[in-house]
Design a protein. Structure first.
Length: 122
C-alpha cells in the first residue's frame, strides 16, 4: 500500500458550530438558535453536527436519522401524530420528510445527523 490514509476524526462534543436564530414563524417560546456543520459527505449523503439552544420551535422535517450526543429536550409529532420522544444522549431517531414537529429543548442539544446531501440543514 502506498500513501498515507487519514481517517476523519472529529470530537463532536467540542467542535464549534456557528448558530443562527430560527425564523420568527417557527419560534414558539424563548429565542433558540441552531447550527449545522457538515463533517463529511458519503456519496451525496451528509453527516454532520446540529445544535439547538433552549427554547421551543415548530418544524417541517426532512429525511434524517440522528443520534443525540448531548443535551435534553422533547420532540413532539404533530402530523402525523405519534408519541413524543424524550431527547437525551444515546437516543436514535428517524424523521421523514414532511412530518410536522415541535421541539422543546431544555438543555442545549447536540446531535449527529445523517441527511441526503440536498438538505441544507436538519
Amino acid at each position: 500500500m502506498t500513501g498515507t490514509v487519514s481517517p476523519l476524526v472529529s470530537d463532536v462534543l467540542a467542535i464549534a458550530v456557528a448558530e443562527d436564530p430560527f425564523p420568527a414563524e417557527q419560534v414558539v417560546a424563548d429565542a433558540p438558535t441552531s447550527g449545522w456543520l457538515v463533517l463529511t459527505d458519503l456519496d451525496g449523503v451528509e453527516v454532520g453536527v446540529w445544535q439547538m439552544t433552549p427554547g421551543t420551535i415548530t418544524d417541517t422535517e426532512a429525511d434524517e436519522v440522528f443520534c443525540v450526543v448531548s443535551g435534553r429536550g422533547v420532540v413532539e409529532f404533530l402530523d402525523p401524530v405519534a408519541d413524543p420522544v424524550e431527547l437525551r444522549p444515546g437516543i436514535l431517531v428517524r424523521l421523514q420528510s414532511g412530518w410536522r414537529t415541535r421541539w422543546t429543548i431544555t438543555e442545549t442539544l447536540r446531535k449527529i445527523a445523517v441527511v441526503p446531501g440536498e438538505v441544507a440543514q436538519p
